[in-house]
Design a protein around this ligand. Structure first.
Ligand code: AMP
Length: 393
């Protein structure tokens, strides 16, 4: 069923409850916002609503508070947002009850209000109907622009959304759903999927979902070593999920039966332990020494993967190819990031760590679509219906 776009809503003079993802990164000691990209990502929706005369009521979760944890107030976010909008942003000390009702009633057309952290109330994560009703009572219509929270069946994205006759996706939500749906339903070929990260178990469903529709699957990161073990190769002290070796064997067989190219590293950067400055060396694919752990794909693998990436028309990337946070084990991931950036293909990068890797490589602006939702984009690519998307239908 179709989802209404923000443009389909007549918002002039209306109170609009807009769920955003303001779960920003902050300094644990000072509380200062260190990465406000989630605020920036929501600006097109907020400015569109305000410029069309809506009375904008923003709500979001922030961290995982146990009750009203002062450190997890959204107040600094209201101040940050006000700077971007170039006008005041009102703040309500609670997301429901008197403070929220009073602040919402005081809004004039075009005004913006931010409600306090939704997770100060247990009803949010419990998808509680009564809590959702109190949120819904604040507004006339509803917009969800929080793709990063769409995989959670929480009150502000589920129960509350369904209480509005007029509900729509914000621009960010719409863009995310459009890009990811296109990859699943109408991919351009060659379609190259790059997977990495720590665990095979986290990515099995996404492999099962994408293997039938992609042409090439490039596997790096720690998850590659479970696949190497499935091929009977030595992996030394590398991270291997013993209980996933059978699944990896099955996936290798499926890839073969479906004539898909599934590439594994042909060389590795190994070290005795995972530590900055530890001596490391490059070894061939089948030669990981017993006392060593593989912490990055090697240069030959990077070249081979880049060659596949160069042929692609569509690229989906989730998961770093090595321990990119620690030098020199960032080289493989950086090489892949640069290859993706250089390609003319539509490129979609999802998952918090891969997005961080793309930013670290300085090529974020060369990626067609960087997904703002790590867990949400992974679940979407697994073929799951996200509760927050379903609630808009
Ligand atoms: P994920 O959240 O599953 O995408 O995993 C990301 C994490 O996997 C990053 O923090 C990487 O440091 C880690 N990682 C990637 N490759 C390896 C490897 N070869 N050995 C250990 N950890 C790895």
């Amino acid at each position: 069923m179709a989802i209404k776009s923000l443009k389909d809503l007549n918002v002039n003079g209306k109170r609009v409850l807009c769920r955003v993802d303001f779960n920003v990164t902050r300094d644990k000691k000072t509380g200062a916002i260190t990465d406000d990209s989630r605020i920036v990502a929501a600006l097109p929706t907020i400015t569109d609503l305000a410029s069309r005369g809506a009375r904008v009521i923003l709500c979001s979760h922030f961290g995982r508070p146990k009750g009203r944890e002062a450190a997890l107030t959204l107040k600094p976010v209201a101040e940050n947002l006000a700077r971007y909008l170039g006008k005041p942003v009102a703040f309500a000390d609670d997301c429901i009850s008197e403070p929220a009702k009073k602040a919402a009633a005081a809004l004039k057309d075009g005004d913006v209000l931010l409600l306090e952290n939704l997770r100060y109330h247990e009803g949010e994560e419990a998808d509680d109907k009564a809590f959702a009703q109190q949120l819904a009572d604040l507004a006339d219509c509803y917009v969800n622009d929080a793709f990063g929270a769409a995989h959670r069946a929480h009150a502000s994205v589920c129960a509350a959304a369904k209480l509005f006759k007029d509900r729509a996706a914000g621009f960010l939500m719409q863009k995310e759903v459009e890009y990811l749906s296109k990859a699943l339903k109408n991919p351009e070929h060659p379609f190259v999927v790059i997977l990495g990260g720590a665990k095979v178990s986290d990515k099995i469903q996404v492999i099962e979902s994408l293997l039938p529709i992609c042409d090439t699957l490039l596997i790096g990161g720690a998850m590659a070593y479970t696949f190497l073990r499935a091929q009977g190769l030595p992996t030394g002290k590398s991270l291997v999920e013993e209980d996933q070796i059978e699944t990896a064997t099955k996936l290798l067989l499926i890839a073969k039966a479906k004539h898909k190219k599934l590439l594994l590293p042909v060389d590795h950067v190994v070290a005795e332990k995972l530590e900055k400055g530890v001596p490391s060396e490059t070894v061939a694919g089948d030669k990981i020494p017993a006392g060593q752990m593989a912490l990055d794909i090697g240069p030959k693998t990077a070249v081979a993967y880049a060659a596949e990436i160069a042929k692609a028309k569509l690229i989906v990337w989730n998961g770093p190819q090595g321990v990119f946070e620690i030098e020199p084990f960032d080289k493989g991931t950086t090489a892949v990031a640069k290859a993706v950036a250089a390609s003319k293909a539509t490129s979609i990068v999802g998952g918090g760590e891969s997005v961080a890797a793309v930013k670290k490589a300085g090529v974020a602006d060369k990626i067609t679509h960087i997904s703002t939702g790590g867990g949400a984009s992974l679940e979407f690519l697994e073929g799951q219906t996200l509760p927050g998307v379903a609630a808009l239908q």
